[in-house]
Design a protein around this ligand. Structure first.
Ligand code: TXA
Ligand code: MG
Length: 349
């Protein structure tokens, strides 16, 4: 398949280009576009043939449901039913933005979109280009992250091109996805609502609106045998670079000592080792060390993380030793992705 790559700058969005992209979606094609979180691979959510193309292009397991993107809150009622008042409050407060709400689905939504579940995940992204496409195409757009299944989500167009060139109809080159990690997923079909994936909207912010939320037990640990993932995406190894990732947890100073010790041991056994460090402790390491951002600003780390993981692959690193940060605020989402990337390979100090 020949992929058309289109350059669009967010501050000069051309009507004709948007019309062309929207037509591709209406005609059942696949389009990779930027959002504020990560790049998404979109297709008409009501067209099963188009949805099939997304699963094929990504190599995604068919039981992993997709997030449906819309332009206006009024569209929610065409996709979901029995919508709780609390869900409307969340929409008013956080949309457009990095929050996905899981609601009861209507029959009009194909089973393929929801991986056979009777619920549907919906969000309005906060990105001028994404919103222009969604408005113009006039259909709900199912869009998982625009990476090959299992790889880190793409935050720049170049990473989408690396994964999906030749596998999709259009890739839009539209700058950097600022948040850098995927949206927060909140299940509104239970009481209190349950966070299934941490992201750009923080638990503290959700508590302000919902009063109380619960956290899926799988946010920071592996599922036990027999435990069912409420969000099917959580059970797959995710966000993983080619290199093995080991996360070192505990007191920051001791983390540095442990990483230096592990590095020496691994290098002696012939491994090419990379270090993912906070800005604060960068000075303690020598070569192949990449700065993931300040531990005091986890949102900076969030926006860097996936790019950094891909960078290690470019450098041919075999083992990544990563520092960890507190699971507070955006730190929760950062640690959730890091631990998943490591397949929960943790060294406690
Ligand atoms: O920020 C984002 O959400 C990005 C951009 C493109 O919008 N999209 C994204 O999609 O991250 P994806 O497919 O990579 O992740 C969707 C997540 C998966 O973990 C999936 O299991 C969960 O949402 N999900 C989707 N529908 C669900 C449902 N009905 N119930 C529970 N979890 C659901
Ligand atoms: Mg994904």
């Amino acid at each position: 398949m020949k992929t058309e790559i289109i350059d669009v700058s967010s501050d000069r969005i051309q009507k004709d280009t948007i019309k062309h992209i929207a037509k591709t979606i209406q005609d059942g094609g696949t389009v990779a576009f930027p959002t504020e979180t990560v790049y998404g691979l979109g297709a008409n959510a009501l067209d099963t043939k188009a949805i099939q193309k997304i699963f094929e292009a990504k190599g995604r397991p068919s039981d992993n449901p997709l997030i449906v993107h819309i332009a206006e809150i009024t569209q929610v009622e065409t996709l979901a039913k029995d919508i709780p008042v609390m869900a409307y409050r969340c929409m008013e407060r956080f949309w457009p933005g990095p929050l996905t709400l899981v609601l009861k689905k209507r029959d009009a939504v194909p089973q393929m979109v929801t991986g056979g579940l009777d619920t549907i995940a919906i969000r309005i992204p906060n990105h001028p280009l994404a919103l222009a496409i969604l408005k113009e195409s006039k259909v709900p757009v199912a869009a998982p992250s625009a990476n090959l299944s299992g790889k880190p989500s793409p935050t720049i167009a170049q990473h989408v091109i690396e994964d999906l060139n030749g596998r999709v109809d259009v890739i839009i080159r539209g700058g950097e996805a600022k948040v850098g990690l995927e949206s927060t997923v909140l299940d509104m079909t239970c009481d209190p609502p349950m966070m299934l994936r941490p992201g750009g909207v923080l638990p503290e912010q959700l508590v302000e609106v919902c009063g109380q939320i619960s956290m899926s037990p799988s946010l920071l640990r592996e599922l036990n045998p027999g435990e069912v993932a409420k969000s099917p995406g959580m059970k797959y190894k995710h966000y993983a670079p080619k290199a093995q990732v080991i996360v070192v947890c505990g007191d920051p100073k001791k983390q540095v000592e442990k990483i230096c010790e592990l590095r020496e041991r691994l290098e002696k056994s012939g491994k090419k080792v990379g270090i993912l460090a906070t800005t604060e402790s960068l000075q303690y390491y020598t070569s192949n060390c990449i700065n993931m951002g300040s531990a005091l600003h986890p949102e900076e780390m969030a926006s860097n993380l996936f790019q950094r993981l891909r960078k290690f692959d470019e450098l041919g690193i075999e083992v990544i030793l990563s520092e960890s940060i507190e699971e507070k605020g955006m730190g929760l989402a950062v640690m959730n992705r890091l631990l998943k990337a490591s397949g929960y390979t943790i060294e406690n100090v």
